[in-house]
Design a protein around this ligand. Sequence first.
Ligand SMILES: [Zn+2]
Length: 267
Amino acid sequence: MPSLALKAIAFFAIASLQASTVHAKDDEVEVGTQPGASAEEIAAVIQDLGGDLKKPSAVAFSPADVRGWADKAKKAHANLQTEAGQVEISYDIVIQAGHYARKTGRTGGQGKYVIEQDMSAWVGKMLFDNLKARGYEALLVDADHYTKGMKPRIFLALHTDSSTLPCKLGPSIGYDSVSDAKGMHGIALALALTMGVDPTAFMKDSYTKGLESYYAFTDMNPSEFEGVLEMAELTCLKQEEKLLSRAEVLANNLAVAVVFALKEPFQ
Ligand SMILES: [Zn+2]
């Protein structure tokens, strides 16, 4: 029978372990999950959208390949052009490159090959270019210098996650209102299939409640939905490599999910 003192030590050990994964960092706070999608909702979005999304298989890649993708991400970061946007313009989507281009304060997480800003800039730019090429009115904004009160149809913020205990977190998504849920289910499916995560499990468990307080939500008035993506845990090398190798597919799949949402307004 453990003594009371031992029980207390065990309790505090578990509590501090949780505190280190339930970390407050960046602009996001991880605290448990929002209720995920129901089995019916998951089945419906897989039926409607699943066939249009690419499902990359695990292929071997070399450290040189990874460095090549990391260079692309760094170049995208170095060359990124963002705009503040205008309240008068009816954007189909406002995409935010997480933490870009902060030099101080909450500058974002760091992996072995890239920093969070490299990934949010690279995927953000590819998603932006993809949607512009399809004829949509897209806007790419940075972390701080965007116009408040814009009314896009969709607002999406791109981030990666960090953990003091590596590989404790996976990709996740979050939003702040039930009206965002349906649109974000399509985004969740795109993220899960790209990252090779079982979509049924992902969509049940990977909605992060802390993300509902994402700071930029209060500045946007989207007519359809808004949400945050944590594309992968950058402090987990395997996830960083996977995200780098699949970033181009991710941007394409996110565009497919956005187009799907825009063609069928969730009203
Ligand atoms: Zn972040």
